[in-house]
Design a protein. Structure first.
Length: 217
């Protein structure tokens, strides 16, 4: 079996957040199956997502990491404008997609790779529901997509196009101990009835899958 971990940034020196969780999961899974990571060239700067690392393949703790360039750096002023529009004003789906592009990290090359290499992987595990790679990636490979939302208390769950991540993946991997994660997703499902039945699994912060956590079953 071959699994792709898809995350906005990846590296041994990136601590905390979804990126570190993605690395824990990747390194644990690599003891059982073949794992590769698909990510961007962004590194320490998660405000602009500027390309700080070279595109191409490198090995991180024995795992192949494929990096793809960010096409456009995030403009904080532009992103703030679209955030105000989407979260506080009446708006269209086109506005939400513009917000998604403004947030970044936007890497068309990463999405193209996923589309072109779908047959090379059995599953794609996408980290963080609110980003460009999860939205477009889940839609590109719906039958193989697993989403780790890292949702917490996030207003973006109320955005209509976020439901498309859930539609695309159908499988959700939740973090152990984050009951609010499940609660927020449940409310999002109620708001977006088309999401339908999702299969939930629980993942400890150390990367171990759990199937015995009642609140996630």
């Amino acid at each position: 079996m071959k699994v792709a971990i898809v995350v906005q940034r990846y590296g041994a020196d990136i601590n905390g957040g979804a990126e570190q969780h993605a690395r824990y999961v990747a390194e644990h899974l690599a003891t059982h199956v073949e794992v590769e990571v698909l990510t961007t060239c962004a590194h320490r700067d998660y405000i602009s997502w500027k390309n700080e690392l070279p595109a191409g393949k490198e090995m991180v703790h024995g795992i192949a990491v494929h990096r793809f360039p960010v096409a456009v750096e995030r403009n904080p002023v532009e992103f703030a404008k679209w955030s105000t529009k989407v979260f506080t004003e009446q708006h269209s789906l086109r506005d939400e997609l513009a917000w998604l592009e403004a947030e970044g990290p936007t890497s068309p090359a990463l999405i193209d790779y996923i589309k072109q290499h779908e047959a090379d992987y059995d599953y794609f595990i996408f980290f963080s529901f609110r980003y460009h790679h999860s939205f477009h990636g889940c839609r590109a490979v719906p039958g193989k997509a697993i989403l780790v939302p890292t949702a917490e208390r996030d207003g973006a769950l109320g955005v209509a196009n976020r439901a498309e991540d859930l539609v695309g993946s159908k499988k959700i991997l939740l973090q152990e101990g984050l009951q609010q994660d499940a609660a927020h997703l449940a409310r999002a499902e109620d708001r977006h009835a088309k999401v339908g039945k999702l299969r939930r699994y629980c993942c400890g912060l150390n990367g171990y899958l759990r199937h015995d956590v009642p609140c996630f079953q």
